[in-house]
Design a binder for this molecule. Structure first.
Ligand SMILES: *[C@@H]1O[C@H](CO)[C@@H](O)[C@H](O)[C@H]1NC(C)=O
Ligand SMILES: *[C@@H]1O[C@H](CO)[C@@H](O)[C@H](O)[C@H]1NC(C)=O
Ligand SMILES: *[C@@H]1O[C@H](CO)[C@@H](O)[C@H](O)[C@H]1NC(C)=O
Ligand SMILES: *[C@@H]1O[C@H](CO)[C@@H](O)[C@H](O)[C@H]1NC(C)=O
Ligand SMILES: *[C@@H]1O[C@H](CO)[C@@H](O)[C@H](O)[C@H]1NC(C)=O
Ligand SMILES: *[C@@H]1O[C@H](CO)[C@@H](O)[C@H](O)[C@H]1NC(C)=O
Length: 371
């Protein structure tokens, strides 16, 4: 997501991803039209269902009740490297909520692994797969997240390293198209890009080519301020106190968030002209690099997470939950010892068999849609 030359762009990343789940369920949901008890969970794409709809990205404020979504797995300090892809579930639809079993799930697209430098994760983009996105299985509720990666370098192809909450608080590092000496930053509050003048920045200090060289991009997200760093050098600071509106509400990312890595097509016919332009034009599917490799790509060497817990977890705490408050502008998050697993408790009013049917139909339709 981004804005450029002062023009607000509709969240293009969401538009791109919406295609994944449009076929998965007939019922749509949002903060005014909640999901029915029979399909209680509102997925990140805005569709009602159960099973995987209740895991990462499930929106508590658009679901049947605020506790319909499974609790969010708690932050843990980690250094994720990729000697192979065994800690990554290649299809998020099969995830069952055990964040100790997988560090990442693939929401869309295809990953590979190189065997150089101890192994690297490769995100691919082809005309057929429409791009790749991974999400962390655990959430960060404030912390410092650093990704060491090499970006793409092709017109229309965007590399992104972001955090995204279940109510669409979002913090972005993005690398559009052919610009390989700079990065772009953004943050969103509940799906809206604050009009703060500090938002939507392009870094000014030239970087050595981001396609050929690894750089470490950091999102240092604290309760009172947000910093964007490259190779340990601060590029931008956003103070929460500067985002407070006339009603006293801070338009600042403040809900537990997953880490997401993606390589996505912005230079395509179905994107707005401004988006295509921002991304460096239409994708050239005859590009020699694409022909040679069979895909466009971005490479991730590591992702490091240092949690900065605002709430001090006790040993039995496993998850974050949203409180049952009518005020959605400043949601209250609490720690809980409730299981994050799908099969650990009956999901809000859905009988096993019915839930299974909804799940199977959703999976079938998602399959048909994807391939
Ligand atoms: C919420 O969803 C309902 C039903 O699909 C739709 O009619 C309404 O316009 C949506 N509201 C918003 C704010 O998108
Ligand atoms: C979760 O995964 C871990 C690691 O694979 C495993 O040891 C543990 O038993 C799993 N927990 C449950 C409840 O299945
Ligand atoms: C990966 O590289 C290491 C040395 O860097 C080597 O020992 C190993 O056999 C390689 N694995 C594969 C699958 O090529
Ligand atoms: C933590 O869980 C264990 C085992 O279920 C239980 O015995 C203990 O009382 C719990 N501790 C707290 C503080 O809830
Ligand atoms: C939240 O509030 C609704 C309606 O007030 C109630 O039905 C539901 O049980 C509450 N959930 C929790 C977790 O307190
Ligand atoms: C979970 O927390 C509740 C209080 O919030 C406590 O009563 C219960 O014993 C805890 N269970 C475990 C297994 O820690």
């Amino acid at each position: 997501m981004h804005r450029h030359t002062g023009v607000l762009i509709i969240p293009v990343l969401l538009t791109w991803l919406a295609g994944i789940a449009t076929a998965a369920s007939g019922t749509t949901c949002n903060a005014t039209t909640l999901c029915p008890a029979s399909a209680p969970c509102c997925s990140e794409f805005g569709f009602c269902g159960d099973d995987s709809f209740c895991l990462g990205g499930c929106n508590p404020f658009a679901s049947h009740s605020v506790d319909s979504c499974r609790p969010s797995p708690i932050c843990e300090d980690a250094m994720f490297t990729f000697p192979d892809n065994s800690r990554i579930l290649s299809n998020a639809d099969y995830f069952e909520g055990n964040a100790s079993e997988y560090d990442w799930v693939v929401n869309k697209g295809n990953i590979m692994n190189t065997n150089s430098s101890g192994g690297e994760l490769v995100l691919t983009l082809t005309e057929e797969n429409g791009g790749t996105r991974l999400s962390s299985t655990r959430y960060v509720y404030y912390g410092t997240i650093s990704a060491k990666l090499k970006t793409g370098k092709w017109g229309g192809v965007v590399t992104a390293f972001i955090t995204m909450s279940d109510i669409k608080d979002e913090i972005d590092w993005e690398f559009p198209g052919t610009h390989t000496t700079q990065g772009q930053t953004n943050y969103f509050w509940q799906g809206v890009i604050p009009t703060d003048k500090t938002n939507g920045k392009t870094t000014t200090e030239p970087l050595s080519d981001t396609f050929s060289n690894y750089h470490t991009y950091t999102i240092d997200w604290q309760q009172d301020q947000l910093k964007f760093l490259i190779d340990g050098k601060n590029q931008q600071t956003v103070k929460k106190s500067d985002t407070i509106d006339s009603n006293g509400v801070a338009h600042y990312p403040s809900t537990p968030s997953r880490i997401q890595l993606s390589l996505w097509p912005a230079g395509t016919d179905d994107q707005a002209p401004g988006t295509v332009q921002w991304a460096g034009g239409m994708i050239d599917w005859n590009d020699p690099d694409y022909k040679a490799a069979g895909h466009f790509y971005a490479t991730v060497q590591s992702v490091e997470v240092k949690c900065a817990p605002v709430l001090k977890p006790s040993p039995n705490d496993t998850s974050y939950i949203y409180s049952n408050s009518s005020d959605h502008s400043s949601p209250t998050i609490t720690l809980s010892n409730h299981s994050t697993l799908l099969n650990s408790a009956p999901v809000d009013g859905v009988s096993g068999m019915h839930g299974m049917m909804v799940g199977l139909i959703a999976l079938f339709l998602a399959f048909v849609h994807l391939f």
